[in-house]
Design a protein around this ligand. Structure first.
Ligand code: FES
Length: 109
């Protein structure tokens, strides 16, 4: 299993650690775990940007480069994109991502 810890924008909690299997998207793992802050309105079809997350290093550098479509859709995220912004529906989990930490934006709308 792959463990991922998600931190809310306020950073007022220790973070929530979820578990997922390789091959699942980070978005699906978060939604399945009822993580508040990952809305994923389009279900992963890359048309909503409500699955916006910020991936911490060293995991960010290990992710495959984002596609042009992901890059373009991030411009529509409700909160201003950061240098480490990604759309979680486009992150396919692998064993190498075990322990990954991501921050959630203040809002997805
Ligand atoms: Fe809609 Fe990721 S779930 S873009």
């Amino acid at each position: 299993m792959i463990r991922i810890t998600l931190f809310n924008h306020a950073q007022d909690t220790p973070g929530t650690t979820i578990e997922a299997k390789p091959g699942h998207s980070l978005m699906k793992a978060a939604v399945s775990a009822d993580i508040e802050g990952v809305a994923a309105d389009c279900g992963g079809t890359l048309t909503c940007a409500t699955c916006h997350v910020m991936v911490r290093e060293p995991w960010l550098s290990q992710l495959p480069a984002m596609s042009d479509d992901e890059d373009g859709m991030l411009d529509f995220a409700a909160c201003t994109r950061q240098a480490n912004s990604r759309l979680s529906c486009q992150i396919t989990l692998t064993e190498a991502m075990d322990g990954m930490q991501v921050d959630l934006p203040a809002s997805q709308y």
